[in-house]
Design a protein around this ligand. Structure first.
Ligand SMILES: [Zn+2]
Length: 255
């Protein structure tokens, strides 16, 4: 493999990493979870999809290195479902800070986080702000909730609830596209659209919303929709990275 095609640091040796990393390098960090996603999707869905997305982007954009994805997250709101493996909020904040600091101390000051799980959003923000406070010249960017973004950008792609839902229309479609063998079509649970207020957030637990572990409309999932999701998210990430590179990773008043 040519050096340009190497980007998974977990699979590279010291010589390859030294050749690959320079002051243009962007490190990609992926955070997922290990939890029930209905009877049809794998427990690792929340890191499997962002990891695949990152790999698709890294094939097209040079200068990326992808760290091994973190397969656990804050899933206390899923704990009533069997075999949810959750880590504490403070544990995750510390873990993220440790990873950001390690990357920074190795001379890589540009970091892109791709998050796959709602429970990780707040810890990512706290860890990123603490790290930015400590190292002002670090840049930390984050695609924090692709499952919400995609319905806002392309509502026409989805039939129900803008594609939302845990193991719902968008998540099921995405997995059908990137890893069809991991989708058990015979076990797709019934659609469950939870009754929730429109503009005010309730900090629910998953068992308050669904009996199956899935919400939304997994029955409306399709490869076609998954292809659209992948294309849109890849485009968003690629244009972000190209724009940042063009601006030498400056933004705001520094531009
Ligand atoms: Zn999740």
């Amino acid at each position: 493999m040519k050096n340009d095609e190497l980007f998974l640091i977990g699979e590279m040796n010291a010589h390859q990493i030294k050749k690959k990393v320079n002051d243009k390098t962007v490190a990609v960090l992926i955070f997922g979870s290990c939890e029930n996603h209905g009877d049809h999707l794998p427990f690792g869905s929340d890191f499997i999809f962002p990891f695949e997305l990152a790999k698709r982007v890294a094939v097209k954009i040079q200068n990326l290195i992808i760290l091994p994805p973190i397969p656990y997250g804050v899933s206390s709101h899923h704990k009533k479902f069997y075999m949810t493996i959750s880590i504490g909020t403070n544990t995750l904040i510390s873990l993220i800070e440790n990873l950001l600091e390690s990357v920074y101390n190795n001379g890589v000051h540009k970091i892109l986080i791709i998050n796959g799980h709602d429970g990780n959003i707040a810890p990512i923000e706290i860890a990123a702000r603490n790290t930015k406070d400590r190292y002002p010249n670090i840049t930390i960017a984050c695609l924090e909730s692709w499952w919400e973004l995609i319905g806002k950008i392309s509502p026409d792609t989805f039939n129900v609830w803008d594609g939302l839902g845990h193991g719902g229309e968008a998540e099921t479609s995405a997995m059908m596209t990137i890893s069809p063998d991991l989708v058990n079509k015979n076990n797709i649970p019934e659609d469950t659209i939870p009754n929730l207020p429109k503009h005010i957030r309730i900090f629910w637990t998953m068992d308050e919303l669904t009996k199956t572990g899935a919400t939304g409309s997994p029955n409306n999932g399709s490869v076609k929709k998954g292809d659209v999701i992948c294309r849109i998210l890849e485009d968003i990430l690629i244009s972000f990275l190209l724009d940042m590179e063009n601006n030498r990773w400056k933004y705001g008043l520094c531009l």
